[in-house]
Design a protein around this ligand. Structure first.
Ligand code: URA
Ligand code: URA
Length: 182
Protein backbone atom coordinates (compact mmCIF):
# COMPACT_ATOMS: atom_id res chain seq x y z
CA UNK A 1 0.00 0.00 0.00
CA UNK A 2 1.20 3.52 -0.78
CA UNK A 3 2.24 5.73 2.11
CA UNK A 4 0.42 8.98 2.64
CA UNK A 5 3.44 11.05 1.59
CA UNK A 6 3.76 9.06 -1.65
CA UNK A 7 0.08 9.57 -2.40
CA UNK A 8 0.30 13.28 -1.67
CA UNK A 9 3.38 13.60 -3.90
CA UNK A 10 1.47 11.97 -6.74
CA UNK A 11 -1.44 14.40 -6.42
CA UNK A 12 0.99 17.19 -7.27
CA UNK A 13 1.37 15.76 -10.81
CA UNK A 14 -2.32 14.97 -11.28
CA UNK A 15 -3.93 15.88 -14.60
CA UNK A 16 -7.21 14.03 -14.16
CA UNK A 17 -9.28 17.22 -14.43
CA UNK A 18 -8.74 20.75 -15.65
CA UNK A 19 -8.69 22.40 -12.20
CA UNK A 20 -4.94 21.81 -11.92
CA UNK A 21 -4.33 24.31 -14.72
CA UNK A 22 -5.91 27.15 -12.78
CA UNK A 23 -4.27 26.76 -9.36
CA UNK A 24 -1.10 28.00 -7.74
CA UNK A 25 -0.68 24.79 -5.74
CA UNK A 26 -2.28 21.44 -5.15
CA UNK A 27 -3.44 21.02 -1.53
CA UNK A 28 -3.27 17.30 -0.73
CA UNK A 29 -3.83 17.51 3.03
CA UNK A 30 -1.70 17.23 6.17
CA UNK A 31 -1.49 15.79 9.63
CA UNK A 32 -0.64 12.63 11.48
CA UNK A 33 -0.17 9.67 9.09
CA UNK A 34 -1.48 7.42 11.88
CA UNK A 35 -4.40 9.63 12.87
CA UNK A 36 -7.43 8.00 14.47
CA UNK A 37 -9.53 10.93 13.30
CA UNK A 38 -9.62 12.31 9.78
CA UNK A 39 -11.43 15.52 8.85
CA UNK A 40 -12.59 15.97 5.27
CA UNK A 41 -13.56 19.35 3.87
CA UNK A 42 -14.65 20.35 0.39
CA UNK A 43 -11.68 21.86 -1.39
CA UNK A 44 -9.00 24.53 -1.10
CA UNK A 45 -9.91 28.20 -1.08
CA UNK A 46 -7.67 31.12 -1.96
CA UNK A 47 -5.49 31.02 1.17
CA UNK A 48 -5.07 27.27 0.91
CA UNK A 49 -4.13 27.61 -2.77
CA UNK A 50 -1.47 30.13 -1.82
CA UNK A 51 -0.05 28.18 1.12
CA UNK A 52 -0.52 24.61 -0.13
CA UNK A 53 -2.13 23.66 3.21
CA UNK A 54 -5.74 22.78 4.09
CA UNK A 55 -7.99 25.04 6.19
CA UNK A 56 -5.64 27.96 6.72
CA UNK A 57 -8.05 30.76 5.68
CA UNK A 58 -11.05 32.26 7.45
CA UNK A 59 -12.92 28.97 7.69
CA UNK A 60 -9.70 27.32 8.88
CA UNK A 61 -9.37 29.80 11.73
CA UNK A 62 -12.87 28.89 12.89
CA UNK A 63 -12.02 25.21 12.51
CA UNK A 64 -8.97 25.78 14.74
CA UNK A 65 -11.26 27.21 17.43
CA UNK A 66 -13.62 24.26 17.14
CA UNK A 67 -10.68 21.85 17.40
CA UNK A 68 -9.28 23.64 20.43
CA UNK A 69 -12.66 23.57 22.17
CA UNK A 70 -12.82 19.85 21.35
CA UNK A 71 -9.32 19.25 22.82
CA UNK A 72 -8.11 18.04 19.45
CA UNK A 73 -4.75 19.06 18.02
CA UNK A 74 -4.01 19.41 14.33
CA UNK A 75 -0.88 17.30 14.89
CA UNK A 76 -2.88 14.31 16.11
CA UNK A 77 -5.50 14.30 13.34
CA UNK A 78 -5.38 14.30 9.55
CA UNK A 79 -7.08 17.01 7.48
CA UNK A 80 -7.88 16.57 3.80
CA UNK A 81 -10.40 17.73 1.25
CA UNK A 82 -12.60 16.04 -1.34
CA UNK A 83 -10.83 17.91 -4.11
CA UNK A 84 -7.19 18.92 -3.98
CA UNK A 85 -7.28 21.88 -6.38
CA UNK A 86 -9.09 25.16 -5.81
CA UNK A 87 -12.04 25.66 -8.17
CA UNK A 88 -12.20 29.06 -9.90
CA UNK A 89 -13.72 31.71 -7.59
CA UNK A 90 -14.26 28.96 -4.97
CA UNK A 91 -17.30 27.59 -6.77
CA UNK A 92 -18.67 24.23 -5.62
CA UNK A 93 -16.77 21.37 -7.25
CA UNK A 94 -18.56 19.71 -10.16
CA UNK A 95 -19.51 16.05 -10.10
CA UNK A 96 -16.92 15.18 -12.73
CA UNK A 97 -14.19 16.97 -10.75
CA UNK A 98 -15.17 15.12 -7.58
CA UNK A 99 -15.16 11.81 -9.44
CA UNK A 100 -11.76 12.57 -10.98
CA UNK A 101 -10.24 13.45 -7.61
CA UNK A 102 -11.98 10.80 -5.47
CA UNK A 103 -9.32 8.09 -6.05
CA UNK A 104 -6.79 10.30 -4.22
CA UNK A 105 -9.07 10.62 -1.21
CA UNK A 106 -9.76 6.89 -1.26
CA UNK A 107 -6.01 6.20 -1.24
CA UNK A 108 -5.49 8.68 1.60
CA UNK A 109 -8.22 7.06 3.68
CA UNK A 110 -6.75 3.62 3.02
CA UNK A 111 -3.24 4.77 3.98
CA UNK A 112 -4.28 6.52 7.18
CA UNK A 113 -6.94 3.99 8.05
CA UNK A 114 -8.67 6.23 10.58
CA UNK A 115 -11.24 4.94 13.06
CA UNK A 116 -13.32 8.07 12.60
CA UNK A 117 -14.05 10.45 9.76
CA UNK A 118 -15.74 13.80 10.24
CA UNK A 119 -17.18 15.25 7.04
CA UNK A 120 -17.22 19.04 7.10
CA UNK A 121 -20.13 20.15 4.94
CA UNK A 122 -22.40 18.66 2.38
CA UNK A 123 -19.86 17.95 -0.36
CA UNK A 124 -17.75 15.74 1.91
CA UNK A 125 -20.81 14.11 3.48
CA UNK A 126 -22.33 13.15 0.14
CA UNK A 127 -19.01 12.07 -1.36
CA UNK A 128 -18.02 9.84 1.55
CA UNK A 129 -21.43 8.30 2.20
CA UNK A 130 -22.43 8.15 -1.47
CA UNK A 131 -25.87 9.56 -0.75
CA UNK A 132 -27.80 12.61 -1.84
CA UNK A 133 -29.41 13.55 1.50
CA UNK A 134 -29.37 16.96 3.15
CA UNK A 135 -26.83 17.74 5.83
CA UNK A 136 -29.65 18.24 8.29
CA UNK A 137 -30.64 14.61 7.75
CA UNK A 138 -27.11 13.26 7.79
CA UNK A 139 -25.63 15.11 10.78
CA UNK A 140 -25.91 14.22 14.45
CA UNK A 141 -25.37 10.46 14.25
CA UNK A 142 -22.63 8.02 13.39
CA UNK A 143 -22.71 6.30 10.02
CA UNK A 144 -20.75 3.16 9.25
CA UNK A 145 -18.41 3.24 6.21
CA UNK A 146 -16.72 -0.14 6.11
CA UNK A 147 -14.78 -0.28 9.37
CA UNK A 148 -14.86 3.49 9.81
CA UNK A 149 -17.38 5.52 11.78
CA UNK A 150 -18.44 8.67 9.94
CA UNK A 151 -20.00 11.80 11.36
CA UNK A 152 -21.22 14.64 9.16
CA UNK A 153 -21.45 18.20 10.38
CA UNK A 154 -21.64 21.73 9.04
CA UNK A 155 -18.75 23.30 7.22
CA UNK A 156 -17.05 26.10 9.20
CA UNK A 157 -17.77 28.45 6.28
CA UNK A 158 -21.47 27.69 6.75
CA UNK A 159 -21.15 28.66 10.45
CA UNK A 160 -19.65 31.98 9.42
CA UNK A 161 -22.67 32.67 7.22
CA UNK A 162 -25.21 31.37 9.72
CA UNK A 163 -24.09 31.42 13.38
CA UNK A 164 -27.21 29.48 14.43
CA UNK A 165 -25.49 26.40 13.01
CA UNK A 166 -22.86 26.62 15.77
CA UNK A 167 -25.17 24.90 18.26
CA UNK A 168 -25.74 21.70 16.23
CA UNK A 169 -22.08 21.70 15.15
CA UNK A 170 -20.94 21.82 18.76
CA UNK A 171 -23.30 18.94 19.58
CA UNK A 172 -21.66 16.99 16.74
CA UNK A 173 -18.15 17.72 17.98
CA UNK A 174 -19.14 16.61 21.48
CA UNK A 175 -19.95 13.25 19.89
CA UNK A 176 -16.49 13.27 18.31
CA UNK A 177 -14.83 14.11 21.64
CA UNK A 178 -16.66 11.30 23.35
CA UNK A 179 -15.56 8.85 20.66
CA UNK A 180 -11.96 10.11 21.00
CA UNK A 181 -12.04 9.71 24.79
CA UNK A 182 -11.74 13.48 25.40
N1 URA B 1 -12.67 24.95 2.89
C1 URA B 1 -12.50 23.64 2.68
O1 URA B 1 -13.43 22.89 2.46
N2 URA B 1 -11.27 23.17 2.72
C2 URA B 1 -10.21 23.92 2.97
O2 URA B 1 -9.11 23.39 2.99
C3 URA B 1 -10.42 25.28 3.20
C4 URA B 1 -11.65 25.78 3.15
N1 URA C 1 -23.63 23.47 2.36
C1 URA C 1 -22.32 23.61 2.68
O1 URA C 1 -21.48 23.92 1.85
N2 URA C 1 -21.93 23.36 3.93
C2 URA C 1 -22.81 23.00 4.88
O2 URA C 1 -22.36 22.79 5.98
C3 URA C 1 -24.17 22.87 4.55
C4 URA C 1 -24.55 23.10 3.28
Amino acid sequence: MLKIEEINQKTLQCERCSLRNGVKQVVPGEGNPKAHLMLIGEGPGQEEDEKGRPFVGTAGKLLDKILEASQLKREEIYIANVIKCRPPRNRTPQTNEIESCKPWLDLQIAAISPDLIVCLGLTAARTILGVNDSLQNLRGRWHQFGEIKVLCTYHPAALLRDPKLKVPTWADFKMVMQECGK
